[in-house]
Ligand binder design. Structure first.
Ligand SMILES: *[C@@H]1O[C@H](CO)[C@@H](O)[C@H](O)[C@H]1NC(C)=O
Ligand SMILES: *[C@@H]1O[C@H](CO)[C@@H](O)[C@H](O)[C@H]1NC(C)=O
Ligand SMILES: *[C@@H]1O[C@H](CO)[C@@H](O)[C@H](O)[C@H]1NC(C)=O
Ligand SMILES: *[C@@H]1O[C@H](CO)[C@@H](O)[C@H](O)[C@H]1NC(C)=O
Ligand SMILES: *[C@@H]1O[C@H](CO)[C@@H](O)[C@H](O)[C@H]1NC(C)=O
Length: 843
């Protein structure tokens, strides 16, 4: 396991190890050795480390001095087994499963719900998440528990068919664990024949509350037996509190009963009237009861908050943690339509931010693609960061989303603090410290209404309390305060003055456009008619007329059908086929189920691999685009394996030609990839370079593998060295401002579009409607510039030619009607050269 590949596993990580009876010094030394041999650092074992100075804490228990601090900073605390597990997996194991926190009774549990009613499902998932577990909507290899009432659900069937080793348990198991505050054996709860039912045949209605406990005493493990006779668990946090659970949570009687039991046994009570409640638990930031409770200064939180109180038996304000407060039903204005991804945040912090993104009303995406609008990152440095810069995706730190959520208004990206990335600090350190201010919530969600309508709940009984005041009043908040419901109508002064309402609708609801999106949009504007494919003969004719140098891409379709010996045919077919199959094999469909909640750092190219690249690798030194490589054809396993090996050598195989630094090809080929990549002036190596990497596991010298292909150079009339030199000078502006149209009969216009755009030109389809503004030579302030139409020789295309020429001349432009070969030549030579021999209109 400790092969060269995982040498860098703990790079950039600094560990604090807590030495105590459970984790003796000898073991700590062993851990230190292992971590250091995988590029990690360990804080001095003899000194007390500061939470701020480490990225991970290893401890066998949660009973140590810095524990509270670590929670505050969201620094993950893991048990030693996490280190071993990470080594085994070759990547950081999910931390939530390896926490020593005894409150996290569901650590290690990954639950997937089957036939559970929605309200209960949310409640169960909420509890599992609040107590250290994870949830996956779909069944995955990581799923440990399926929560179900019967085994009929497809998920249960599928688990059995696939022989997954997850357990199918009744929801009662979660309830009972929650009640006990302990994880108990699943056995009596396992479907299809759960003992808790079989022992009491008359109690076989799953939804019947309390049957589970009482009917099953004898068969249950000791801990549960004990707990049914003694108080369930010594909760004190609800003492003398009246708790109201909103109907909207839609909890079943059974779940309600579980919560009620916990509260009642802890000296509190449940109420169904918000007027007499001290605590109001709901999901949405709206509705009469929410407004009433909020105005009356009752503590309003959501189920996560309630579970936090239960799990920690410690009072905390629901305003203190952003995710403990009910959600705005419509999200935060301005977030709808945004697609946000994360980088450099792991563990708890990551889950927290994912939830915030969703609660704001934006869409969270695990991987980053060009249509993402924002990247939230803790550091200025990761693959995603590099790609974000390249793609024009907004890059901010987590304060932006936290403060937007807390202020209930999308914050301006221009605020400097959101783009501040201290070089040696991981901002994960200061996550979760943003709190709600009640005056802001009040202004937005429960503003004072000067003329209450008759149907409104009775006015206030208590002034709004702030964290500061709460101490004193919470002691006497029961009983007497309930009294003067109608008498106490004293208007309430907000303790803090609300700021003037914001006028600026900062950023508005239109998501910022990425350059890529802009490019697409501007191309699309003129390209509003669908491009049909067809007419091969026209193209073939054009090609044969030019010469035998058929473009690999253009020839493919024909060659596939006609097994001739035209030059380029077979090879072109292979190249193209290969490219296609590579694209297929790496399509998102394949992106497999091994989804993780934690660290997931690589950009699209990597995340889409079924065998996810592990994290912690240094940024790649080479981004390699591969075209025309044969070894991987029909061998996806080898491809994945080789790519992984190469990544470990610092070579990231990319599929976006515009993102490569290096290009590997067997010869000079006229494929889409090759021609697009050429525009970026990459270093071009022979495909043997790939073989060398995978054979030797060493990074070969690029200079020894530079592509030499004199024959093709002669054929295409170029010198590769000069081409690359020109491409570097062009900086992808070879066709800058050059408009290039194509007829609707051109096959695969997307290929030509990508080549044009890689070189900075504009591309659109031409169907005979004028698209260029009329302008006379006198009005125009420059020389007439060329405008191109890519065409075949189909009669319908010919009909377009005079119209195109007319349009061009009207716009003081020079019409050039050419076959696609012109474009391929220009792109290959990286020179905007012109010769009349290309004109199809030349007779
Ligand atoms: C989950 O399963 C559904 C139906 O089988 C499928 O449509 C969906 O794409 C899956 N989601 C993920 C994230 O795999
Ligand atoms: C839940 O309890 C209420 C009142 O106790 C009862 O009316 C209702 O039928 C119960 N619902 C279910 C699904 O058992
Ligand atoms: C509580 O609210 C947060 C957002 O404020 C949300 O992410 C979380 O899922 C909610 N918890 C439950 C159990 O609904
Ligand atoms: C991130 O780092 C790059 C250099 O690596 C720098 O050009 C860029 O301005 C930095 N961005 C921010 C937001 O600090
Ligand atoms: C709350 O009361 C405790 C003692 O009862 C005190 O130590 C603490 O500072 C108070 N908190 C606030 C915010 O006033």
């Amino acid at each position: 396991m400790a092969d060269g590949a995982s040498d860098k596993l703990f790079e950039n990580c600094r560990f604090g190890i807590v030495v105590n009876r459970e984790l003796p010094r000898s073991q700590a030394l062993e851990l230190t050795e292992v971590i250091e041999s995988h590029s990690g650092e360990v804080a001095d074992l003899d000194e007390t480390f500061l939470v701020e100075e480490v990225t991970h804490i290893i401890s066998a228990t949660s009973d140590f001095q810095q524990y509270a601090d670590s929670r505050q900073h969201m620094i993950p605390v893991v048990v030693p087994a996490w280190v071993t597990q990470s080594l085994l997996k070759g990547k950081e194991a999910p931390m939530r499963s390896y926490t020593p926190d005894p409150n996290n009774i569901f650590a290690g549990v990954t639950i997937s719900c089957a036939d559970i009613p929605t309200g209960d499902k949310d409640a169960i998932i909420g509890a599992v998440l609040a107590m250290g577990g994870m949830e996956t909507n779909n069944l995955t290899k990581a799923t440990t528990h399926i929560c179900a009432l019967t085994v009929d659900h497809p998920k249960c069937q599928s688990a059995r068919e696939k022989n997954l080793k997850c357990m199918v348990v009744l929801p009662h198991w979660f309830d009972d664990c929650l009640k006990l505050g302990k994880r108990i054996d699943e056995k009596p709860y396992l479907l299809p024949d759960p003992e808790i039912f079989t022992l009491r045949p008359e109690a076989d209605l799953p939804m019947q509350s309390s049957a589970s406990i009482h009917g099953a005493t004898t068969s249950l493990p000791e801990s549960l037996t004990l707990s049914t006779t003694s108080p369930v668990r010594p909760l004190t946090v609800f003492k003398d509190k009246k708790v109201m659970i909103a109907g909207e949570l839609d909890l079943s009687n059974r779940t309600l009963k579980v919560i009620e039991d916990l509260i009642v046994k802890g000296g509190g009570s449940i109420t169904t009237s918000v007027h007499s409640a001290d605590i109001y638990v709901c999901h949405w930031r709206e509705g009469r009861e929410y407004v009433f409770a909020s105005r009356a200064g009752i503590d309003v939180g959501n189920l996560s908050w309630l579970y936090y109180l239960i799990a920690n038996n410690e009072w905390t304000s629901p305003l203190k943690r952003l995710l403990h407060y009910p959600i705005p039903k419509e999200g935060i204005p301005g977030f709808k339509g945004l697609r946000i991804t994360l980088s450099n945040y792991g563990g708890e912090a990551r889950t927290y931010l994912e939830n915030l993104v969703t609660a704001c009303g934006a869409e969270f995406t695990k991987s980053m693609k060009q249509d993402n609008t924002h990247l939230i990152t803790a550091r200025n440095g990761s693959e995603k960061c590099d790609a974000a810069k390249e793609w024009g995706i907004e890059m901010v730190n987590h304060l932006w989303i936290e403060e937007s959520y807390a202020q209930c208004t999308i914050q301006k990206l221009t605020e400097p603090k959101y783009a501040h990335f201290p070089p040696r600090t991981n901002l994960g350190e200061i996550i979760g410290r943003t709190q709600f201010e009640s005056y802001i919530l009040e202004e937005k969600y429960y503003p004072r209404d000067p003329t209450p309508s008759p149907g409104d709940p009775k006015p206030l009984r208590r002034p709004i309390m702030h964290e500061k005041d709460r101490n004193a009043s919470s002691k006497k908040s029961n009983g007497d305060v309930m009294g003067g419901q109608s008498a106490d109508v004293s208007p309430v002064k907000p303790t803090r003055k609300a700021p003037a309402p914001r006028k600026t609708k900062s950023l508005g609801s239109v998501p910022p456009q990425t350059p890529a999106a802009k490019r697409r949009a501007s191309a699309g504007k003129e390209n509003d008619t669908p491009i049909s494919t067809g007419s091969r003969s026209a193209k073939n004719k054009a090609m044969s007329r030019l010469n035998e140098i058929a473009p690999d891409i253009a020839l493919y379709e024909k060659e596939k059908k006609r097994k001739g010996s035209v030059w380029g045919g077979e090879r072109a077919a292979n190249n193209y086929e290969k490219q296609k199959s590579a694209e297929r094999s790496s399509s998102p469909v394949q992106k497999n189920a091994e989804e993780e909640f934690s660290e997931d750092e690589e950009v699209e190219e990597e995340t889409r691999n079924p065998k996810r690249q592990r994290t912690g690798l240094p940024p790649p030194t080479i981004r390699l685009l591969i075209t025309g490589y044969k070894e991987w054809i029909g061998n996806i396993a080898k491809e994945e394996h080789d790519k992984k090996k190469m990544r470990e050598l610092g070579i990231l195989v990319v599929t976006d030609p515009l993102k490569c630094t290096h290009l590997a090809a067997p010869h000079i080929v006229r494929t889409q990839k090759f021609l697009c990549a050429l525009a970026t002036g990459p270093t071009i190596v022979n495909s043997n370079y790939i073989d060398q990497c995978t054979k030797t596991h060493k990074l070969p010298k690029v200079e020894n593998f530079l592509l030499k292909d004199v024959e093709s150079e002669k054929r295409f009339g170029v010198k590769l060295k000069d081409v690359i030199a020109r491409a570097k000078t062009n900086e992808r502006n070879l066709l800058f401002r050059v408009p290039i149209y194509c007829t609707p009969k051109i096959d695969n216009p997307g290929i030509y579009q990508s080549i044009v755009e890689a070189n900075g030109g504009t591309f659109a389809s031409y169907r005979g409607r004028p698209m260029i503004k009329k302008i006379s030579a006198e009005e125009d302030d420059g020389p007439a510039e060329p405008v191109y139409l890519l065409t075949g020789e189909h009669p319908e295309e010919r009909k377009l030619w005079p119209k195109f020429e007319e349009m061009a001349r009207d716009g003081n432009m020079i019409p050039r009607i050419v076959p696609v070969e012109w474009l391929l030549d220009v792109a290959m030579a990286q020179q905007h050269k012109w010769s009349d021999k290309f004109l199809v209109t030349r007779k």
